[in-house]
Design a protein around this ligand. Sequence first.
Ligand code: G4P
Length: 528
Amino acid sequence: MKKHNQKEIDRRRTFGIISHPDAGKTTLTEKLLLFGGAIQMAGAVKARKASRHATSDWMSVEQERGISVTSSVMKFNYRDFDINLLDTPGHQDFSEDTYRVLTAVDSAVMVIDNAKGVETQTRKLMEVCRMRNTPILTFINKLDREGLDPLDILADIEETLQIECAPLSWPIGMGKRFKGTYNLYRKELNLFAAGADRVQDEGVTIRDLSDPRLDELLGIQADDLRADVELLEGAANPFDLEEYLKGNQTPVFFGSAVNNFGVREMLDAFVEVAPAPAPRATETREVSPYEDAFSGFVFKIQANMDPAHRDRIAFLRICSGKFTRGMKVRHHRIGKDISLANATIFMAQDRANVEEAYPGDIIGLHNHGTIKVGDTFTEKEPLKFTGIPSFAPDHFRRVRLKNPLKAKQLQKGLVQLSEEGAVQVFRPLFGSDYILGAVGVLQFDVTMARLKDEYGVDATYEGIDYATARWVECDDRAKLEEFEKRNQGNLALDAEENLTYLASSEWRLNHVAEQWPDIRFLKAREHA
Ligand code: G4P
């Protein structure tokens, strides 16, 4: 392995932020980019979000495409580290892409609103992180506002998300009485001043909490801090790097993103403890990032809605070797060599043509429909990366064609859009309708707009009484046939002909699963 590559790989940190809308992901992203010197982008992140809020019309949102594609991956440097922050779309554009992005990261930062605790979207994203035991660092936000007791938030995280918390900083009061945080491992006091947008943040070192300077600085709240720290020393888990890297423990920081407070403290810890690119599983063997030969997989495809540019961008995560512009790689699913001549790297400020890139980096490949989510590219060796599954949808619609003569186009459109990962398509065992499934409802609007635009198909949706789906498998053929016979009304085939059970509620699903203990009900499924 080339020495130069190792240095480049070890300084890379590729992560995503998991949070519920409004917890402060956009604000935190802006502050992180600010530290990374990508200041221009800081405004753009906000602007992009504002445009999303202002309209639910996806097409006009897409006119902002320049920004929207660029900010899918934000690259910035901090200290000696080269950081890739992958956007996890939230709000209306919460979709399967949000989940897929998490298959391409090495770690995640979880943002929690201190007044709300753990919320639904965070819980769902955490389930995806669990699949690969992704290490998670937690930032509890909005301490400048009244919220829940910090100990209650930690208990909520531990209970709801089944992950141990190890506080590395501790808040001193909150809301109007918020005085700052005490860094438990550096033994350093960080004093809060509202509105200060400081990029440089020097703490006051206080090794011994009985130091009278603490009383001078915090007044009567000094004793509260002393009591809290004493309590934590007895009750809280000490930080354990191994446990964090295994996804069993999350280090916790407190702060206020909008005031840029606690962000640098969190970022400093993040670059030090978060993992560099790790080995990745393929169907045949594990691939180390330090191997010389290039390899990578596609985790997301974004279509260009501009009719003049019908190309799509496939987002590829590099897993090993080094990418250099113009290199030839093998597209294994279709068995063809292609030249990566005009790959794009995503920089915070702009998209730029990339000359070289390393494991952990994301490159964008232009394509006209030949690339699917889950595709593997390597220099020679036939490999197929695993761990880039489809995720069981939570929303369903029945498709009604306005003009029956367009049935062929509809089929073609739906097959292609499902291959691209824009939506999931199911054919019920009974009946000839298509049922679409999605993780976020915006995916339906996008599908409808693209069916019309790209395939000339006019269709409408009807609501349908399903709330969740599971792929079903069973080693015993006879049992599976019996299950099929008894549950025909709820079974469908997905685009790759896999049997899927569609349920009207989680409760119903659990009930059926209890009745059929030999059947496996899978929430995620690998692409063929
Ligand atoms: P999101 O991307 O997770 O959806 O959240 P975003 O950063 O947009 O933050 C949601 C709201 O919370 C915003 O207010 C933002 O200003 C506010 N916020 C973020 N961090 C903090 C914090 O540390 N303290 C307080 N008090 N508020 C915070 P908004 O009113 O929706 O938007 P804006 O008009 O303030 O931009």
